[in-house]
Design a protein around this ligand. Structure first.
Ligand code: IPE
Ligand code: IPE
Ligand code: MG
Length: 256
């Protein structure tokens, strides 16, 4: 039960079981605003520190063997924030791409942007296209940045594709829908981490997290680092993933 309650930000040293590394980690990077507020700084300062934290931890996740890292950067609902915060975030993305793209590309990170690109500026779309293009042959880790993303939007746009393609009802199944969703290129997340203390999904990967292990921490995103990653991985290694069966994941791993 304790794994599902708020985990302290304190270090939980990895044990032997921590060798079980999640292949795909999804992260709700929450708490930037509160991090800035606690320093009497504007919220933008927290978002900027949040980008720096992300760039710092990508290599750590890659070094641990995580193949896919998917981060929630801007939700479908974040447009409802004050206009200056929204425009600040859009500007920050542009600045961050020019500041960090060369480094990430050199580190072997393959970048993809997932979400509804319709509503963002031409300039931003071009920056993303460029980031995706110059990293497309990288294989060390797959970084997906969910921007203007919503889990409901994702299911809906996949359904729209089914209608547009004239699919008959009996042709529509889970595999077909999955293949048209924004994360079709990746396995479902094994581990879902949310920083910032809130215990909700906030319309992130609703379809894909059906059997993800959930980990919530009070740590605010700009403070997220090795200690919190180890705590999340250690909790993950203790989970018994049954996927609705009666078999424990450890016994199925042993082939029994
Ligand atoms: C998450 O941090 C980043 C975005 C949603 C863009 P918040 O901005 O939600 O920070 P808090 O939750 O207000 O502290
Ligand atoms: C979720 O955080 C979205 C991102 C981290 C990008 P929010 O701060 O928007 O979520 P709520 O409003 O607390 O549910
Ligand atoms: Mg928040």
């Amino acid at each position: 039960m304790s794994d599902l309650s708020l985990a302290p930000a304190a270090v939980q040293p990895p044990n032997d079981a921590a060798a079980a590394v999640p292949r795909h980690v999804a992260v709700v990077m929450d708490g930037n605003g509160r991090w800035a507020k606690s320093r009497y700084m504007p919220r933008y300062f927290g978002h900027k520190a949040g980008v720096d934290a992300l760039v710092r931890v990508i290599n750590t996740f890659a070094d641990r063997g995580v193949e896919y890292l998917t981060v929630f950067a801007f939700s479908s609902e974040n447009w409802k924030r004050p206009a200056d915060e929204v425009s600040g975030l859009m500007g920050l993305v542009l600045v961050s791409v020019s500041k960090y793209l060369t480094k990430l590309a050199g580190d072997g990170v393959r970048i993809r942007i997932v979400g509804d690109r319709e509503a963002v500026s031409e300039k931003l779309r071009k920056a993303w296209d460029h980031a995706e293009e110059i990293t497309k042959h990288n294989t060390r880790i797959n970084l997906s940045v969910a921007f203007n993303y919503g889990g409901r939007w994702d299911v809906m746009q996949a359904c729209r594709q089914a209608l547009a393609e004239g699919l008959a009802p009996e042709q529509l199944d889970e595999a077909w829908l999955s293949s048209r969703m924004a994360m079709a290129f990746a396995p479902d997340p094994d581990l879902f981490i949310r920083t910032g203390g809130e215990m909700r999904i906030s319309n992130f990967l609703l379809w894909q997290t059906a059997y993800s292990e959930l980990f919530f921490t009070e740590c605010l995103w700009p403070d997220f680092g090795l200690a919190e990653m180890d705590a999340a991985f250690a909790a993950y290694a203790r989970r018994d993933r049954r996927f609705g069966t009666l078999r424990s994941s450890s016994s199925s791993a042993e082939g029994s």
